[in-house]
Write a protein that binds this ligand. Structure first.
Ligand SMILES: NC(=O)c1ccc[n+]([C@@H]2O[C@H](COP(=O)([O-])OP(=O)(O)OC[C@H]3O[C@@H](n4cnc5c(N)ncnc54)[C@H](OP(=O)(O)O)[C@@H]3O)[C@@H](O)[C@H]2O)c1
Length: 245
């Protein structure tokens, strides 16, 4: 009988994988469900085992809704959800240094992955999370999404996509507080962490400030364990410190 499940969305990334591993090692967790656009065989660090369900999916709304149908047997057992999606660069795009670099194509691509996909999950997840089981939902955001903190400029699309994400999360938090009081939302900044996403920028990270994914997974698991169902969105960094919006 499954009592306590965890859901990791965007599970093949550096931080997604670390969250899956962290929860698999937790004796209080019966089952980890991982959702990714990748097949499980492409993530050798997460081999097949009975307490890990891997669901491969695309990220358009119909495919995501079908994932929710597959999760129905575990309805109301989820105590933790991590939404790990996020892109900053790929073979064809680099973060903008100046406004001449801004392009509609890059804005669309980055908003799709960083803001729209998490927003659709939060719409669809309500049906399977709502209930008596307290459920902490951590969505990977970033400090650069803080408008109050934006003194450096640059990184137009990524920065704006995370600010939009935070705004969407705040609006979800208001409605979830009315319609699903068992759910708490956290916008989480992991700090600069050694993954594909940060690879091109790691040279400028000060000594001791580039975190391992295991360290960040430990920090987030602790933050989630001490979170309260207060009906509010918290914007927290890896130390559990509040970041201004
Ligand atoms: N690493 C850092 O220094 C750092 C700093 C601040 C914030 N963050 C945030 O932390 C989160 C995890 O990043 P990471 O460092 O683990 O990066 P990563 O290793 O590059 O992982 C990329 C993540 O994005 C998902 N993804 C890739 N393309 C996507 C698309 N087109 N649509 C939707 N999802 C897509 C992947 O999910 P699949 O498994 O489905 O491919 C995976 O969860 C992101 O939100 C990132 O912005 C990271």
């Amino acid at each position: 009988m499954i009592h306590n499940s965890v859901l990791v969305l965007g599970a093949s990334g550096g931080l997604g994988q670390a969250m899956v591993k962290k929860f698999l090692a937790d004796p209080k967790v019966d089952l980890v469900v991982a959702v990714s656009q990748q097949i499980q065989a492409s993530v050798p660090e997460l081999p097949v085992r009975d307490d890990l369900v891997w669901i491969q999916s695309e990220y358009h709304e119909q495919a995501m809704a079908e994932v929710i149908v597959q999760l129905d047997p575990f309805k109301a057992t989820f105590s933790r959800v991590c939404i790990c999606h996020g892109i900053l660069h790929d073979a064809d795009m680099r973060p903008e240094k100046r406004f001449e670099d801004v392009s509609a194509e890059v804005l669309r691509k980055i908003f799709q992955a960083n803001s729209i996909v998490p927003a659709l999950w939060l719409k669809l997840l309500h049906r399977i999370l709502q209930g008596k089981q307290p459920c902490i939902v951590a969505v990977f955001s970033a400090r650069v999404g803080s408008t109050a903190d934006n003194r450096l400029g640059g990184w137009y699309a990524y920065r704006a996509s995370k600010a939009a994400l935070n705004s969407l999360l705040q609006t979800y938090a208001v409605e979830y507080a009315r319609r699903a009081k068992n759910i708490k939302l956290i916008a989480f900044h992991p700090g600069t962490t050694d993954t594909q996403l940060s690879k091109p920028f790691q040279a400028s990270v000060p000594e001791g400030k580039l975190f391992t994914t295991d360290f960040v997974a430990d920090q987030l698991a602790q933050i989630m364990a001490s979170a309260e169902l207060d009906g509010q969105l918290s914007f927290l960094d890896w130390e559990g410190k509040t970041i201004p919006f």
